[in-house]
Design a protein around this ligand. Structure first.
Ligand code: ADP
Length: 160
């Protein structure tokens, strides 16, 4: 069996927390598909295309990473790209319940697929895309939280 993993998420926008999980996941798997969820109900700040572009820019030095998007069931996407694992990041206990629900559901839908969790580096355990957007909106310093191209894109969004 190949070692292909999918790293799904909203990535609105990608942060150093996401990047940490992606970089570490890419050391374990032969190929990692970063998959942007096209989920209209979340009302994202960045379009799917903008999010994908930012991810491509900040992961350009990781050769075994591919950036894609999907709509619908993650298990169907995993089957399509022949992935046998999903990678998710875990920050705090508060992430656990939600992740357990999704993981259990995915297991019911597609038993071959394993979900693996990578625990975040402690310096990113508070970090989320929502927090970054909140700080950026009010002009706070986000240079420690997101790569420069993402910081630039956020400044552009909140210019007015
Ligand atoms: P979702 O809406 O699917 O939770 P996110 O973009 O918020 O999408 O997160 C995608 C993945 O990245 C999730 O597994 C999440 O736990 C992980 N993640 C987000 N922020 C961090 C962080 N600071 N450290 C580690 N993992 C993170």
């Amino acid at each position: 069996m190949g070692k292909i993993a999918v790293c799904p998420g909203t990535f609105d926008p990608i942060t150093y927390g996401h990047l940490d999980i992606i970089t570490r996941g890419a050391k374990v798997f032969e190929e990692v598909y970063i998959c942007v969820l096209n989920n209209a109900s979340k009302q994202p700040l960045f379009s799917v295309e903008e999010r994908m572009e930012l991810i491509k820019t900040v992961t350009k030095d990781i050769p075994n990473v591919k950036v894609d998007s999907f709509q619908g069931l993650l298990v169907e996407y995993a089957k399509k790209v022949q992935a046998n694992a999903i990678i998710r990041g875990l920050r705090a206990v508060s992430d656990f319940e939600y992740e357990m629900q999704i993981t259990s559901m995915n297991k019911v839908l597609y038993d071959e697929l394993e979900t693996l969790f990578i625990m975040t580096k402690s310096q990113y355990s508070f970090l989320s895309s929502s927090i970054v957007k909140e700080v950026a909106k009010f002009g706070g310093n986000i240079s420690e939280l997101v790569p420069f191209p993402v910081e630039k894109a956020l400044r552009e969004k909140y210019k007015n």
